[in-house]
Write a protein that binds this ligand. Structure first.
Ligand SMILES: [Zn+2]
Length: 425
C-alpha cells in the first residue's frame, strides 16, 4: 500500500504501475443503473475481465467466474463512468495529466476538450485512449476557431478569408485532432468563412462542434449539417418550432450550466469546496479565487445574484422540453475553462447532471444524458464502446455509496471508480 501511495503522489501512475486485475473482477450486490435509462437492477453482478464488461445482470442470471476477485457491493449503486462533452485543459502536459487524474477520481471517465489546445498537446489525448497513462478517455478539438478569444492569448485560429479558413482546417487535420470547434460569439466570423470551415471539415472528415447562444447562429450551422452544439440558444424562449427543427436535424446540446453556476455555487457550498478532491480539480488561480473572502462576500452580497440564478434557471424549460421531445441533451460543463478558472474538473459534471434533474428530467434520463447519450454524441454512434454497463463494453464504472435515484445529489457519494478495468487509486 505504501508503495502505491508514494507512486500516486510523486507522478501520474501508468496502468502497469497500478497493476491490472490478475483475473476477473465480480462486483456483486449493487443496484445496477446501466446508463441506458432502463430500470435499475437490484442485487446485480457485473463481471469485468481485462478492460471489458464480460457479463452484467441480476445475480440469479450472472455466474461469478472461478477465481474472480469478488467486490462486495451490497447497498451500493453501480453506474457507468460519467462523460463530459465540454471541457478545456490548456495546461502544461504534466499538469494536464494531474488534472485528468483528478477528474477521473470524480468518476468522469471520458472528457472532450473543446478548443484552445496547443498542437504539442494533441498527441497526449490519443495516449489517454491508448492508456499510456492513467486518465479519462480524452478527445480534443485542437485550437478551434474564435475571432477574438475566448480569452486573451488563446491559441485559436482567426481566419480572415475562406482560403485561410480551409488552410487552418487542413492544419488541424495534420495535427490529427478529433473534432473541430467553432465559437459563434461576438465578433462573428463572416458567413463565407464559417461555410468554408464547415465545408473543409466535411472534406477532411473532422466532426464539427460549436458554441452557440443564439437561434440565428444555430440555424446557420445546422443548415450546413452541424449537429453537435455546446451551450443553448438563450436569445429567445424555446418554441415548438425550434424543438421540431432540432428534432428533424438530430441536433444535440450540451447546455453547460455548471460553468455559470460555479460563479457562486462553491462559495455557497464550503463543505464541497473544502474537499481535497475538489481542490485538486481546480487550477491554482481558481483555488485562490475561491479562497478569497472578499471576493466571496462580494459575490454572495451582489444585488443581482438572485437575478443571475433566475437567468440560469431560464434554461431549464429548454432542457426539459428538448429532452421530452427526444432531442439529446448531454453533459458538458466548460470544466477547466481558462476564462472561468472556478469550474472544476469532475464535480462540475455532477452539478450539470444534477441540474438536469432540477430542470425536470427524470433521474434515470439525467444519468443517461451523462453517460450513454454523451458517449453517443461524442462517437457519432448509437452503440458506442462506452457509456453503458452492457456486455462487451469498456469497463468504465462509478460505484456510489448512496442512491442517485432517491436524490440526484448522491452522485458525488463516490465509493470507487474503475477506468478500463482498473480501479483508480
Ligand atoms: Zn467551452
Amino acid at each position: 500500500m505504501g508503495v502505491v501511495a508514494a507512486v500516486a503522489v510523486l507522478s501520474v501512475p501508468s496502468f502497469a504501475q497500478i497493476g491490472g486485475a490478475q483475473g476477473p473482477i465480480a462486483i456483486a450486490g449493487a443496484r445496477l443503473i446501466d446508463g441506458t435509462g432502463a430500470p435499475p437492477i437490484d442485487d446485480s453482478v457485473v463481471v469485468v475481465e481485462g478492460d471489458r464488461i464480460r457479463n452484467a445482470g441480476p445475480r440469479a442470471r450472472v455466474q461469478i467466474p472461478r477465481g474472480a476477485t469478488v467486490v462486495e457491493a451490497t447497498g451500493k449503486f453501480l453506474l457507468p463512468g460519467l462523460v463530459d462533452a465540454h471541457c478545456h485543459i490548456n495546461q502544461p502536459p504534466e499538469d494536464m495529466k494531474r488534472y485528468w487524474v483528478a477528474q477521473l477520481r470524480w468518476g468522469v471517465t471520458t472528457m472532450r476538450s473543446a478548443g484552445n489546445d496547443k498542437p504539442e498537446t494533441v498527441p497526449l489525448f490519443r495516449q489517454t485512449r491508448d492508456r499510456v497513462f492513467l486518465a479519462p478517455r480524452a478527445y480534443t478539438a485542437g485550437q478551434g476557431f474564435n475571432v477574438s478569444g475566448p480569452y486573451p492569448g488563446a491559441p485559436t485560429f482567426k481566419p480572415k478569408t475562406p482560403d485561410e479558413a480551409r488552410a487552418n482546417v487542413q492544419n488541424l487535420k495534420s495535427q490529427h485532432v478529433d473534432f473541430l470547434k467553432i465559437w459563434m460569439t461576438n465578433p462573428m466570423f463572416p458567413p463565407d468563412v464559417i461555410s468554408a470551415i464547415v465545408d473543409e471539415a466535411k472534406k477532411q472528415d473532422i466532426p464539427v462542434i460549436s458554441h452557440v447562444t443564439d437561434v440565428k447562429s444555430l440555424r446557420q450551422l445546422a443548415d450546413q449539417g452541424v449537429t453537435d452544439f455546446l451551450h443553448t440558444p438563450t436569445d429567445v424562449p424555446v418554441t415548438p418550432e425550434l424543438i421540431a427543427y432540432a428534432k428533424s436535424r438530430k441536433l444535440s446540446f450540451a447546455p453547460t450550466l455548471a460553468n455559470i453556476e460555479s460563479r457562486w455555487f462553491y462559495y455557497e457550498h464550503p463543505e464541497i469546496l473544502n474537499m481535497p478532491m475538489l481542490q485538486d480539480a481546480l487550477y491554482p488561480r481558481g483555488r485562490q479565487m475561491l479562497a478569497d473572502a472578499a471576493r466571496k462576500a462580494e459575490t454572495l452580497g451582489a444585488a443581482d445574484l438572485a437575478q443571475r440564478k433566475a437567468r440560469l434557471r431560464d434554461v431549464y424549460p429548454f432542457i426539459k422540453a428538448m429532452s421530452e421531445a427526444g432531442v439529446r441533451i448531454v453533459t458538458g460543463t466548460d470544466c477547466g475553462a481558462e476564462a472561468s478558472q472556478i469550474t472544476p474538473f469532475g464535480h462540475a459534471t455532477h452539478r450539470e447532471l444534477q441540474m438536469y434533474a432540477e430542470a425536470g428530467m427524470p433521474p434515470l434520463t439525467a444519468i443517461r444524458a451523462a453517460t450513454l447519450d454523451a458517449a453517443r454524441v461524442i462517437t457519432r454512434s448509437e452503440d458506442p464502446d462506452y457509456g453503458a454497463i452492457r456486455v462487451g463494453k469498456a469497463a468504465d464504472l462509478l460505484l456510489l455509496d448512496a442512491d442517485p435515484i432517491a436524490d440526484i445529489n448522491n452522485t458525488i457519494k463516490i465509493n470507487r471508480v474503475m477506468r478500463a478495468g482498473t480501479w483508480v487509486p
